[in-house]
Design a protein around this ligand. Structure first.
Ligand code: GCU
Length: 610
């Protein structure tokens, strides 16, 4: 479909959509594209009263006031000594982007509300006729994006990427990109009002200017065809291409190539037989250079191929039963007390997980930055990836469901070529109800439609029946893996008799305990029945591990949690001080005694050839 037609088509679509809500197709594999980084110091203005929209001084106070030229996104400067303008980005302080504002300015540690950020740049395209896009790895939580005073659009969701086309808006000099960020929590948002993590606000991941040819490779997927160990299948999505434009997918190292032609929507599907392919696994994280090519563009990626299925109570990686030796991880650099965003941050967390003896990590409770996924591909760590459908979501609200579906789509679109991702999770600890069950069933169907090559799960609820702990959540019937969180010895239940506790999981599917644990202040020592000591946490792990390994279908664990993390809900002075202390590693990077308990357990669980 040529661009002129695309324009009319897009315009027609927009006529049926609220203006500014028009989501634009996500560009994937930013890492290997022609890009210019817009990371660095951005000027910012804190705006709790939303002053940045209007300038009431220029017109009588009026609820219908129209944005004037001195609204913040116009980056206006006084035309003369008389003009009243009460803001100036260029003399305002700066924040590093990517980066949350909470950890960069003590006055903003607890700030929730609107903050405007601006960067300026010059840019000359390598070739006229090319198309330009601005891409954000993530903005928490509600972003309004303006370039040179033009509103590009909005994006809601604090942990997934988005982009806007800026062809024809970028000029050679003096561009100014303004982003209004609002991290306010809302009951109808995803996540909702209450979470047990810090509400880091800001442009929390990389910002990139991307230059593409007029017809370019926007997205593609390539994975082993379900049921095959050497036939690869997938699609290539071009943007702006004419019908029947040719595209080839090749893997030079395997000597395979497949050419196909796109349809009227720029889509080409393909299959590729690669008998010599060596499968990816934690023990052998084999990545291949995949080359997607059109007449105008060559895009490379590093992709691993593996199968992940279940058979009865077993999880099969490349057809072999595997036990998931895991740990849960928040997207936080614990040593610096900030949202993690860099490759170095990813390496720190995943090296700690590997030191623990893990072959698997649960990226809680939202999609992490892409560095984590690509690093896990390289290191050979399996991943549980999750959207923040967390606790008491507004399950009856259609807009809430739409936001959850959008975030799922963005997560799967970005990560479906990452071999490390084996599980998509649609929820964490959501209280069962008819509305919640309908909401989750909708997300499960949506995810399966997006990606039929991975397993689905969710951290489900448990309940007690007499002396027996029971898992019988109806949603388990729609999932491939039944997972649940339990906190015996911390939020109830005793430890001395935990190994004798009885569990009943009413499902024949593989079971993963997605959370268990307890707090310990690193360096606080005492008897094992003294809460908050390292000895208590160590004993809690010893007793829970004895209890849980008696569960017949147990095929994985991701205890809560790798490292202490910030939470506004954790307020005990001298012990928590705004930190959740369930980490096996403190926020000074010191391993607690329970770290070694879990590491020793993992050394007994599985031969290390997986
Ligand atoms: C819950 C929840 C976590 C939380 C943890 C805790 O299960 O899933 O996000 O941090 O328990 O209470 O520490």
């Amino acid at each position: 479909m040529c661009r002129a037609v695309v324009r009319w088509a897009v315009l027609a679509t927009m006529l049926t959509m609220p203006l500014g809500a028009c989501a634009q197709g996500l560009l994937t594999n930013i890492a290997h594209r022609e890009t210019t980084s817009l990371n660095g110091p951005w000027h910012y203005i804190v705006d709790p009263y939303e002053t940045g929209y209007y300038d009431y001084r220029r017109q009588p106070y009026d609820q219908q006031a129209q944005p004037s030229t001195s609204a913040f996104f116009s980056n206006h400067h006084p035309a003369d000594r008389q003009e009243l303008v009460e803001y100036d980005f260029d003399t305002s302080p700066t924040l590093n982007v990517p980066g949350d504002w909470n950890s960069q300015n003590d006055q903003l540690l607890y700030y929730e509300g609107t903050l405007w950020l601006k960067t300026s740049f010059d840019f000359v395209a390598a070739s006229t006729g090319n198309r330009l896009f601005v891409h954000f790895g993530a903005v928490n939580r509600l972003a309004e994006v303006y370039l040179n005073g033009t509103k590009l659009g909005v994006h809601e969701g604090g942990f997934t990427p988005f982009n806007f086309e800026v062809t024809g808006i970028v000029r050679p000099r003096g561009n100014f990109l303004v982003v209004k960020v609002d991290n306010s929590r809302r009951a109808d948002a995803v996540p909702t009002i209450s979470t047990d993590w810090w509400n880091y606000g800001g442009i929390t991941r990389d910002v990139t200017l991307i230059e593409e040819p007029a017809a370019f490779i926007r997205d593609y997927a390539i994975q082993l065809k379900p049921g095959s160990a050497h036939t690869l299948a997938g699609f290539v999505q071009l943007d702006g291409a004419a019908t029947n434009e040719k595209v080839t997918v090749s893997i030079p190292e395997l000597g395979v190539e497949q050419a196909s032609a796109v349809d009227g929507n720029g889509l080409a599907r393909f299959e590729l037989d690669a008998p010599a392919v060596r499968l990816w696994s934690p023990g052998s994280p084999r990545l291949y250079e995949v080359v997607v090519k059109t007449a105008r563009q060559t895009l490379r990626d590093d992709i691993g191929f593996r199968t992940i299925t279940t058979r009865g109570a077993d999880i099969l990686l490349n057809g072999k039963p595997i036990f998931l030796r895991g740990i849960s991880i928040h997207e936080e650099n614990a040593l610096l007390g900030r949202r993690a965003h860099s490759e170095a941050d990813a390496l720190q967390s995943l090296n700690w997980a590997r030191e623990l003896g893990c072959n698997y990590v649960r990226l809680a409770h939202y999609p992490h930055n892409e560095h984590m996924l690509r690093m896990a591909d390289r290191m050979g760590l399996l991943i549980w990836a999750e959207v923040p459908v967390y606790w008491t979501i507004a399950f009856g609200n259609p807009a809430t469901l739409s936001s959850a579906r959008q975030q799922l789509t963005e997560m799967v679109t970005r990560d479906r070529n990452r071999a490390s991702v084996i599980i998509w999770s649609v929820a964490n600890e959501t209280p069962p109800s008819d509305a919640r069950n309908a909401f989750l069933r909708n997300l499960i169907a949506h995810t399966r439609a997006l990606d039929a090559t991975r397993l689905l799960s969710a951290a489900l609820e448990t309940h007690a029946e007499d002396e027996v702990s029971v898992v019988s959540d109806p949603i388990g019937e729609q999932l491939d893996i039944v997972a649940f969180n339990q906190y015996r010895g911390w939020y109830g239940g005793t430890l001395h008799d935990a190994p004798e506790a009885r569990w009943e999981i009413r499902s024949g599917k593989p079971v993963v305990v997605s959370e268990f644990g307890g707090d310990a202040l690193q360096g606080l020592h005492g008897k094992r029945d003294e809460r908050w000591t390292e000895e208590y946490q160590e004993y809690l792990y010893q007793q829970n591990l004895k209890m849980l390994q008696k569960i017949p279908n147990l095929r994985g664990l991701s205890p809560w949690i790798l490292a202490d993390f910030r939470s506004p809900r954790r307020l005990l002075p001298g012990i928590q001080d705004g930190w959740n202390r369930k980490g096996l590693i403190s926020n000074r990077g010191i391993r607690k005694k329970a770290f070694f308990t879990l590491r020793n357990f993992y050394r007994t669980v599985q031969p290390r050839d997986d």
